[in-house]
Design a protein around this ligand. Structure first.
Ligand code: DHB
Length: 308
């Protein structure tokens, strides 16, 4: 039985897409809605439509992917329209917002609020692929300001998508900031590991066109970093739920994220590579692990990672 709860709402399975993958346009969103995913999220949106960066802007790597999409999206009103059509009885919908400025974020959350959609807002504080913009997730003063402003502009609970952190002092400082804001109900860890580089030896060139080949790294390369961030924030933010993202392509990976403290596990690179049927496979693989271990329910092991 893979059913569970997220912030009091029932989920058929603790699986969903990672924002950016299979969620740019209605066709893809409808495919996610029909899939075995227990929840879904829209592409991070900006106030107005963007074409994104020149192609090629995604490349498959031996253990994952590199991308610099540049926030191609249809503009927030397109996703708001989808959110108003979505069947919330079928599965919860998250609404990913990635304003280029604080004001854009405030405008978008105000409009989402006025639309009375049940979608849960996920504010993306970690988009690494808009040249000239530093990630808010790495600017702790800006992080505090945006959480304060959104908390006063937006009446409902919301979540934040964070970049990976690599230092215990940073886990402490970010968690302390998040814990000042009761409306921050969930934390999604992690976005891609920013600004990696991979090289084709034959042609002696980079693999993607934007940013001289630099791009966000996803897939199995990032699994240990993702698990560390999930567990670090799970331990430090006991009042919040954690959504795990990073390096998930098998039921074992899902199980690890759940053990580390995730309540839902997102799939990015592997969903891009395999398509929406991956959710059915991950459910079978996770169910098999639970059966082998004698677990009936996710709650029996979720967050119960042991230390030695
Ligand atoms: C893009 C990449 C990200 O990692 C993100 O969080 C948002 C957008 C992009 O390049 O489109």
């Amino acid at each position: 039985d893979l059913s569970t709860f997220f912030l009091g709402r029932p989920l058929a399975a603790p699986l969903m897409n990672a924002s950016g993958v299979w969620c740019n346009v209605t066709n893809q969103l409808n495919a996610l809605a029909k899939s075995e995913a227990g929840a879904m999220v829209t592409k991070s949106c900006t106030l107005v439509r963007r074409d994104g960066n020149p192609e090629p802007r995604y490349h498959t790597l031996s253990m994952g992917s590199i991308n610099s999409m540049g926030l191609p999206n249809e503009g927030h009103l397109y996703y708001l329209d989808y959110a108003q059509q979505h069947d919330y009885e079928n599965k919860p919908l998250f609404f990913s917002v990635a304003g280029l400025t604080l004001d854009d974020n405030l405008t978008m959350v105000a409009q989402i609020q006025d639309a009375y959609t049940p979608a849960m807002v996920e504010i993306n504080l970690s988009c690494p692929n808009v040249p000239g913009k530093a990630q808010i997730g790495y600017d702790f003063e800006a992080l505090d300001v945006i959480l304060a402003e959104i908390s006063s502009a937006y009446a409902r609970p919301f979540g934040v998508k964070l970049p990976p952190y690599f230092d215990i002092a940073h886990f402490d400082e970010v968690a302390e900031i998040l814990n000042r804001y009761d409306k921050v109900a969930f934390v999604t860890c992690i976005n891609s590991i920013g600004n990696g580089l991979m090289i084709d030896i034959n042609s002696e060139t980079v693999l993607i066109k934007p940013k001289q080949g630099f791009g966000g790294i996803g897939g199995e390369y990032v699994l240990p970093t993702a698990l560390a961030n999930v567990n670090a924030f799970y331990r430090r933010c006991p009042e919040k739920s954690i959504i795990g993202c990073g390096g998930v392509s098998t039921g074992e990976h899902v199980f690890m994220h759940l053990l580390a403290g995730a309540s839902i596990v997102q799939v990015g690179t592997a969903l891009y590579e395999e398509g929406v049927d991956i959710f059915a496979r991950l459910k079978i693989e996770l169910a098999r692990i639970m059966q082998q271990k004698g677990y009936q329910k996710i709650e029996e092991y979720q967050g119960k990672l042991k230390t030695i």
